[in-house]
Design a protein around this ligand. Structure first.
Ligand SMILES: NC(=O)CC[C@H](N)C(=O)O
Length: 226
């Protein structure tokens, strides 16, 4: 039976939303794992949900990245396990070095909570293969530190290796400055590691996974690891 682990740090606040989508919409078991526990090998996927781990002190995700559970998540990913970080989870995965690049404070330095359109840049991964390449989906963001940057060399590498999963676009699928909500380099909204078993994204698919939420465009991302 499929079993998903959802990691909870002090300050995580999207863990129950993710759990609800797995259990009530996808009929999949999802367990909350407090950060003081270890990750066991038999989970089908590990999710690091959104929120404000450790109050975003120092930098978003910086303190959570130093906790022992991240060591066991590294080991889990090294053995091919699927790891998915949403928003603060994405920030933690970059801080720990499991994903390339860094998430800086938004260009206009305020917390932004709004709908965004994102385009599937690569559907050659377990996380995105249920979408068409270049498909445009609508998923909301809610963050202050979502401005993705990468060194030129890293940027070239992630482009060449097809590691850019999503870009912010307008309704028609065009990458414009206006459709970029936070100043991210090249409108990047989500990236993967080279092996494509780790994904991080700033938009919240769990907030677009039920018709009651007016969009279930994000459901296929959560379903992909079941
Ligand atoms: N929704 C979230 O995960 C918030 C992310 C993060 N703490 C920020 O504001 O940038």
């Amino acid at each position: 039976m499929t079993n998903i682990a959802i990691i909870k740090f002090p300050g995580s606040n999207c863990d129950l939303d993710v759990k609800k989508i797995y259990e009530e919409i996808l009929d999949v078991k999802a367990e909350l794992i407090w950060y003081k526990q270890d990750i066991e090998k038999d989970y089908d996927g590990v999710i690091i949900p959104g929120g404000f781990s450790y109050g975003d002190y120092l930098r978003s995700g910086a303190i959570a990245a130093k906790t022992p559970i991240m060591e066991s998540i590294k080991e889990y990913a090294d053995n091919g396990g699927k790891v998915f970080g949403i928003c603060n989870g994405f920030q933690i995965l970059t801080e720990v070095g499991l994903l390339p690049g860094t998430l800086m404070t938004n260009k206009y330095p305020k917390f932004k909570c709004q709908s965004t359109y994102i385009r599937i840049e690569s559907n050659s991964s377990v996380f995105t293969s249920n979408y068409n390449e270049n498909e445009v989906i609508k998923i909301p963001i809610a963050h202050k530190d979502g401005n993705y940057i990468a060194k030129e060399k890293t940027y070239r590498e992630i482009k060449e290796n097809d590691q850019i999963a999503f870009k912010y676009v307008d309704e028609k699928g065009r990458t414009t400055q206006k459709s970029n909500p936070n100043g991210s380099k090249d409108n990047i909204a989500g990236v993967m590691n080279q092996e494509k078993n780790i994904l991080g994204m700033m938009p919240h698919p769990e907030r677009a996974s039920d018709k009651l939420l007016r969009s279930n465009d994000g459901l296929k991302i959560l379903k992909s690891i079941t």
